[in-house]
Write a protein that binds this ligand. Structure first.
Ligand SMILES: Cc1ncc(COP(=O)(O)O)c(C=O)c1O
Length: 401
């Protein structure tokens, strides 16, 4: 394999001495597995999201697995989900022997699960809807929650892309001026509900390339105390107490009351997460600025669609995808290869899950997803990206197209 030294990577960590010091402090304190840092990380995350409970986990994939168990998805149940997502969203459905029923996304401009297609795919076996807030942009949660209420379905939010992203149902179409900061025209946070807190359970990832990076790591959030208590049990072997509680004299023994797992985060990862939470608001503000640069500089590039261009809700801007118009898979890959030659790393979020070999038996026609997955390109996005680099990316694309 040829190693390419990208001048502009797809993503860059927002790390400095503080993360290093935080890890050193945990090791110095002599308690490295699940303990006080995990608790502090959970409390701060829950406060930031204005949600009752947050349970740290070893990654989002296991959070999704727990979420499905918590809401009572059983073997043979159907779960409606997007195909335009990372495969883990759908794999989790298979972990509980449920059936993924793929729904298409709304449009090239709004590549989010389409509530009308969700409605079309409901059967007597449907148990839950799994949404994925692509790129940190919120699915149409008003419509999805009302469908769920109508049919008695559970809703799980894969909010991996959207920590602190918001949904404010009354403001999307009226461009409420209050959403804008008068000097910068950036969308302010705090006007809507945080993603992950609207359905029954929300799941987050802190994989290294996410908005909050801990290496591996995840979180499960819920407003429901019963679901939270069961998540705590299932996360740790179904045991009624944890090692840290016993080490601090809060408990001397335990029972095992359910078949659980080891899905715990540890204090080393949580310590990094706590530093990342100190940085998240400034990081997201910077990403909003970078998004504006992209939108301005790409406006003269013919032949592309910028999804979410008119978006008015606060977003984490996890990624910056574009869609090539009147294109093909080969053309898209050729553009990506030429961007790589210019030193620009790109990606594809995502290959269609319903076309993967293991999902062939669940194949459904999804025309919008099919076009997007073959003609989207994800451009670099991270808070340290500069305006001049965005200009270089836009100019390179313009010349190519
Ligand atoms: C949409 C989505 N779902 C699930 C996952 C799985 O997260 P993790 O890697 O933390 O298990 C990811 C992360 O890559 C993701 O992007």
């Amino acid at each position: 394999m040829i190693k390419i030294d990208y001048k502009i990577p797809l993503f860059d960590l927002n790390f400095d001495e503080r993360e290093i010091q935080a890890v050193a402090n945990v090791i110095g304190d002599n308690w490295i597995s699940t303990g006080p840092r995990c608790k502090a990380f959970e409390e701060r995350f829950a406060n930031l999201l204005n949600v009752n409970h947050a349970v740290s986990t070893s990654n989002c994939t296991v959070s999704l697995h727990l979420a499905l168990k918590l809401v009572g998805v059983n073997p043979g149940d159907e779960v409606i989900c997007p195909s335009l997502t990372f495969v883990a969203t759908v794999n989790a459905i298979r972990y509980v022997d449920a059936i993924p029923i793929f729904a298409d996304v709304t449009s090239y401009e709004i590549p989010l699960i389409d509530p009308d297609d969700i409605r079309r795919k409901i059967t007597p076996r449907t148990k839950a809807i799994m949404v994925m807030h692509y790129g940190g942009f919120s699915c149409d949660m008003n419509s999805i929650m009302s469908i769920a209420n109508e049919y008695g379905l559970k809703v799980i939010e894969d909010a991996c892309h959207g920590p602190l992203s918001e949904y404010a149902p009354n403001t999307i179409n009226d461009k409420n001026p209050q959403l804008y900061n008068s000097s910068t025209k950036l969308i302010q946070s705090g006007k809507g509900k945080k993603l992950g807190t609207i359905g029954d359970v929300g799941c987050f990832s802190f994989f290294s390339n996410k908005n909050i990076s801990t290496g591996e790591g995840g979180m499960l959030v819920t407003n429901n105390s019963e679901l939270n208590n069961r998540a705590l049990l299932l996360r740790s072997h179904g045991m009624t107490s944890m090692s840290f509680e016993r080490s601090t004299g809060h408990s001397t023994d335990y029972d095992v009351v359910e078949l659980g797992y080891n899905y715990r985060m540890d204090d080393i990862h949580a310590a990094i997460g706590l530093v990342q939470l100190d940085k998240i608001e400034a990081d997201l503000e910077q990403r909003s600025i970078i998004r504006q640069y992209y939108i301005e500089k790409l406006s003269s590039v013919k032949g592309i669609i910028i999804p979410f261009k008119e978006w008015t809700y606060f977003s984490s801007n996890y990624i910056f995808p574009i869609v090539l118009k009147n294109s093909t898979f080969e053309k898209r890959d050729n553009v990506r290869a030429q961007l790589a030659e210019a030193g620009i790393q790109t990606s594809v979020h995502y290959p269609a899950v319903h076309k993967f070999t293991i999902y062939k038996e669940y194949y459904l026609d999804l025309p919008v997803t099919d076009y997007l997955t073959e003609n989207m390109i994800t451009l670099p996005m991270y808070s340290k990206l500069t305006e001049s680099k965005v200009s270089f990316i836009a100019e390179t694309l313009k010349n190519l197209l």
